[in-house]
Design a binder for this molecule. Structure first.
Ligand code: IFM
Length: 460
């Protein structure tokens, strides 16, 4: 996760050389596509769904770049059957979706909305009928607004609320689901939502972010025994986003900075989950902002897992710069590198290095790559989208996964982000991550060339 020692030129030379290698994965390898509730479902006021923090955030002027929201999104709530047909037609055998907490418990706790549960019940059955394994994430950022009004993830009471919610969903869906993830990307919920403010609920306070992170992992750990009791044959885990940090130069400052940020971004989550403690140096560095904890919290947070979901998009490349606010990091853009429409460097080797490094640093359960993909400014012409750059991204990242597996990392599956273009949070509908193009006017789904590439790949 903290990696140094290879020049950019060397990397690109090597990446080109490895390009034509064949992709060969074990026959048991799980191939899937991923989405999340708020990004695709729409129908935010239908059938008793309560408001979430994202409905509130989107209604706040200036928060979403194109002033949109998830009210309609891909209208998946109504078009789910055709979407499952689409997944099947592309040859994927697994689908990672998330449940919208405010559909199940419109005010966060107590009153259960049966219609919300019915929707996911039908979805899961629909997947099984099509021979697609359901991978269900319980929390992909749409916290019920009522819970946020009571302090959200900063308040310890949210832990009990999450356990109740996890209990209700897993009791209903049970072992029909192949794998449950408690949380998607707790760093994003905590840091982007409470420290940096780019995501809902939009606070800008370091201590709040760290307290939220603590309660997220605590809620995750507290829910696991309940989930296991309700679905004893399902796999139970968590999904984290990991960004391997690289120093821009070999200078002592750059190297120390990359190591420090690795502590904040990656180890802040992995150490509690797999070592049962917070990384010491990062804890020291946060000083007065560290979270309030109680005895036994870390034991709960580090409960054994059946799988770890890893989301990877890019690396971090940092240089120490005194003029930047603490921790004095300048995020470097290279002239000779490729970047996606998000401004994220295309760096497949980072995925290999990351996987090998965490495999060496922790005793891990099997890994699924639960998200990987790229946004590009796609153009639709004659019902075709020639998204060569995206296909190239997938091909090279799959090679990176394969390289890690050859070095002993136990990766069991790969989910492309995303099945279709959708609501990209603070960027609204301006970024397209799908392998299927969505015409938001007509809700037509048009497989891009990358989807056709996957279809061919999966045939073999
Ligand atoms: O769209 C998001 C997703 O919701 C979480 N992981 C990163 C994706 C791309 O930004």
């Amino acid at each position: 996760m903290f990696i140094s020692g290879q020049s950019h030129k060397e990397y690109y030379k090597k990446a080109k050389q490895t390009m034509n290698h064949r992709l060969t994965f074990p026959s048991s390898f799980v191939w899937g596509v991923a989405t999340s509730s708020y990004q695709i479902e729409g129908a935010t006021t239908k059938d008793g769904r309560g408001p979430s923090i994202w409905d509130t955030f989107c209604a706040t002027p200036g928060k979403i770049s194109d002033q949109t929201n998830g009210a309609i999104a891909c209208d998946h709530y109504h078009l789910w059957e055709q979407d499952l047909d689409l997944i099947q037609s592309l040859g994927f055998k697994a689908y990672r979706f998330s449940v919208a907490w405010p559909r199940i418990l419109p005010t966060g706790t107590s009153t259960v909305n049966q219609k919300g549960l019915d929707f996911y019940d039908r979805l899961v059955d629909g997947l099984l009928e099509r021979d697609i394994q359901p991978f269900c994430t319980l929390y992909h950022w749409d916290l019920p607004q009522t819970l946020e009004d009571q302090g959200g993830w900063v308040s310890r009471e949210v832990v009990e609320a999450f356990v109740q919610y996890a209990d209700i969903v897993t009791r209903r869906l049970g072992d029909r689901v192949t794998a449950y993830a408690t949380l998607n990307e707790p760093w994003c919920s905590a840091y982007l939502g409470y420290t940096q403010g780019e995501h809902a609920p939009g606070y800008t306070d370091t201590a709040m972010g760290l307290q939220a992170a603590h309660h997220l992992l605590l809620a995750h750990g507290a829910a696991l025994p309940v989930m296991r009791a309700n679905a004893p044959n399902a796999q139970h885990g968590i999904v984290v986003n990991l960004t391997p940090m690289y120093p821009h130069s070999d200078s002592a400052e750059d190297v120390a900075l990359a190591q420090q940020i690795n502590g904040f971004v990656n180890r802040w989550y992995l150490d509690p989950l797999f070592l049962g403690n917070y990384p010491e140096e990062a804890w020291e560095a946060y000083g007065e902002h560290v979270p309030q904890t109680q005895d036994g919290d870390l034991a709960i947070m580090s409960a054994p897992l059946d799988f770890l979901g890893v989301n990877y998009y890019s690396r971090g490349l940092v240089a120490y710069d005194e003029s930047e606010p603490w921790p004095h990091a300048q995020h470097i853009k290279l002239e000779d590198a490729e970047y996606t429409d998000m401004g994220w460097e295309v760096f497949p080797e980072g995925l290999t290095n990351l996987l090998v490094q965490i495999h060496n640093d922790y005793i891990l359960p099997p890994i699924y790559i639960t998200e990987n993909g790229a946004a590009y400014p796609d153009e639709l012409n004659d019902d075709q989208v020639h998204d060569q750059a995206r296909t190239h991204y997938y091909e090279t990242h799959l090679q990176a996964v394969q390289n890690a597996m050859q070095q002993g990392v136990d990766v069991r599956g790969y989910f492309a982000w995303s099945l279709m273009d959708n609501f990209e949070w603070a960027f609204g509908y301006t970024k397209r991550f799908g392998i299927v193009y969505v015409d938001y006017e007509t809700q037509a789904r048009i497989p891009k060339d990358s989807a056709k590439w996957f279809k061919e790949l999966l045939k073999t």
